[in-house]
Ligand binder design. Sequence first.
Ligand SMILES: [Mn+2]
Length: 217
Amino acid sequence: MSRSLFIGDVHGCFDELSQMIEDFAFVEGKDSIYLTGDVINKGPMVLECIRLIDELKIQAVLGNHEARFLETLKVPKTKWTEKEYKRMKALGEVEWVQSVVSKWPLWLDTPHALLVHAGLEPAKDALESMDEAVLLSVRKWSGKPWFEQVSWPKTVVFGHWAQLGFVNIPGFIGLDSGCVYGKALSGWCPEENRFYQVLARKEYSPVNLSALPYKDT
Ligand SMILES: [Mn+2]
């Protein structure tokens, strides 16, 4: 039986990502791995993560960090903010990362779940008509979690909300449990009806409490 594993926001946490893939006993060419996006920035080993994604043919959706990265590359360096400049420098092999992440879609309709980085826009039926910024960054909508206002024919798997953490409610699975903030990496295998968790080896990035959970960091 081929299996699938959905994994939350990695942010360069290569050790934890590798550990989870090992725990899952991933079989290349048979099993599938899907990531919720935000693989880059904040964490320690982004290039290793991208290399692994490339090697194992892991599928991912765009996170707000990849979307921002691709947007930044469209403007001249002289117009980058200091933060953007620092992130580009930290990333290193910019063109190679660009060649990988530019292929990632905003959402991915998989056999077991709809995969999206942040969430879906309430009161809209078609993904195509949803605001890109919402798909990439929504947490609350009119003051309430977006997923309390959406019904979807398939389980929706999302990330992006580290402060809320792991979510498992009917129809929705939230997998960003803040690995880069020293918490844990979470995964879900629908075929086994099982969740995977790898504790963060350390706190790689300080939690910016003032910026969570409403602002886009
Ligand atoms: Mn995000």
